[in-house]
Design a protein around this ligand. Structure first.
Ligand code: CA2
Length: 145
């Protein structure tokens, strides 16, 4: 069984609980269900969230041995974290970057992403469907290898 890691950064534990006008009403449990539902036979997802940069970096290091791809919504670390970029640069399988909101319609500081320097694709503004699209793409790239 191949495992795709769905990684979520700071504050995304509040998904479905705060600011529904930006992030909608569904929670990370719904994200995990949605992502699993688009996996073909032989693939599974594992969803993780942390508010701590170091924890996310440790999970990326572990994922080098245990996963076939990463779908990551790094939250605000997208715009600030060279350390997260460096960690993803050590990861050799497909990486898809997802943002629930259309960051380019928002404040200018959300327009730049360090993570995009590594990501094999970037999905922005599709709501939670972006995670499903990310999983589909990781599966496709993984099957090409
Ligand atoms: O649109 C996205 O997915 C973001 O990655 C979300 C980040 C934001 O800093 C990025 O610019 C774009 C914020 C995550 C906060 O998540 C919350 C979810 C529900 C309620 C409050 C915060």
């Amino acid at each position: 069984m191949k495992t795709i890691l769905i990684l979520n950064g700071p504050n995304l534990n509040l998904l479905g609980k705060r600011q529904p006008h930006i992030y909608g009403h569904q929670t990370l449990v719904d994200v995990e269900r949605l992502c699993q539902s688009v996996c073909p036979d032989g693939f599974q997802v594992s969803l993780k969230q942390s508010n701590h940069e170091g924890q996310i970096i440790d999970w990326i290091h572990e994922a080098r041995e245990t996963t076939c791809g990463i779908v990551i919504n790094p939250g605000a670390l997208t715009h600030t974290s060279i350390a997260l970029l460096d960690a993803l640069n050590t990861y050799e399988q497909p990486v898809m970057e997802v943002h629930i909101s259309q960051v380019h319609k928002r404040e200018a500081f959300r327009h730049h992403s360090y993570i995009s320097l590594r990501a094999d694709g970037v999905i922005v503004g599709l709501g939670l469907d972006g995670y499903a699209a990310g999983v589909r793409r990781v599966v496709a790239l993984s099957e090409e290898r």
